[in-house]
Design a protein around this ligand. Sequence first.
Ligand code: FAD
Length: 473
Amino acid sequence: MTDAHSDPFLNTCRAIVGADFVLDQPDDMAPFLTDWRGRFTGRARAVLRPQDTAQVALLVQACAAQRVPVVPQGGKTGLVLGSVPDDSGRAVVLSLARMNQVRSVDAVNRTITVDAGVILQAVQEAAAAHQLLFPLSLAAEGSCTIGGNLSTNAGGTAVLRYGNTRELCLGLEVVTPQGEIWHGLRALRKDNTGYDLRDLIIGAEGTLGIITGAVMKLFAQPKASITALVALGSARSALDLLSLAQDACGAALTGFELMSAVCLQLVAEQFPQLPQPFRARHAQYVLLELSSSESEAHAVRLLETAIGQALEQGLAEDAVVATSLAQSRGLWHLREHIPLAQAAAGKNIKHDISLPISRIADFIVQTDAALATAFPDAQVICFGHLGDGNLHYNVAPEDGSGHDAFLANQLAINRIVNDNVVAMHGSISAEHGIGALKRADLAHYKAPVELNMMRAIKAAIDPLGIMNPGKIL
Ligand code: FAD
């Protein structure tokens, strides 16, 4: 703790943003220091809360002059300890939360320009107010910010149709580690003028600069969306259903989420108020979402054709189609409550992995078997965005007891899962990023040539190493 106003560096910060927005007392800083899952609490010299890009630039200049590390922070919903400081107490947290304005909507260009601290749901609502769609959607959308989404290249539930956050971004405004402002808020769909700095900053988790504004793409709102839950006997059947649905529905297929029986059982135990659509237990479930630019009747026809074929071919064991918005929300609630049910049930070992879609069934069968052999008391809670090849393959003790003893196996369990991922040409981080949590895994699995290129980029852009040190590399 610093005595009020005795620290020249903090006094400089106060002169830039105002004393009320430089927090250095433990109680004031506390909400900014613990990660979303409550796994780690860091320490900070101060929390800085600028209100515009010019203030961010001046603050970063002050940090660079004193070699003070900067941890950019958005909604703090990241899952890899990227937005909280380490426990040295040297860094400042730079929160973008006050920079929360939608700057403009260009309905003809189909773009929205926003401050980096705007909450994702507010971007969706601003687009909807112009009868347009901002398609990025994830369970943390009421808290996460567009700057955080860009910095983690977030995925979510509509990647199959619209891509990751990277694919939704046209331009960025960035404060560099030297405190300069890069005015890259271009709203262009074509721009081949040399190295793509925008794509370098996206997914950099705040290690190359601070995003202060962004131009994002908007789309036509679908005329209708329809949701179904399909019960299946295996992950292999789920893959066959994906191919069938892609052939039958084309671009109308906007969501394809896999959930194992254990996932729905966990949701039923923790949230008994949520209706469970099937009486019988099935090995796997797929939540399908279709969006039609024509009409509801068109969406229903496509979905019923796909599900009818799947039932006829014996791929699907059962299916329910939501006939109202409320029913559709109910089905999505089952999917969205899986992480919440897991959190309520106790700690678990998380993996956010991606694989070539064709390898997913083999991965699940082989990795489940390897874990069962090594850790007979392990239970796999596997769900995810199957249409994107992305699984959340989480491991917990089967009987819910002895959590801490089980967590002591984390390294060995990670090694079994990640070795299988890499053997099948997958990625150990699909959409959550690396942060501080997976840094050692990245160093272990990434090829030296890739790591060296990444280190060279970091050294060139942030030679003082003040931007979110200890994250990624
Ligand atoms: P933060 O957690 O604040 O920061 C994340 C990283 O970005 C940190 O490294 C931080 O330093 C950096 N950063 C933040 N803002 C900036 C900025 N303006 N400039 C530079 N760097 C910055 N993720 C998915 O991809 N898909 C999902 O489906 C998904 N579901 C989730 C569900 C739940 C319930 C939760 C809690 C999280 C989920 N996440 C998901 C993870 C998380 O929501 C995303 O990573 C989100 O994009 C983080 O945004 P944020 O604003 O909270 O960022």
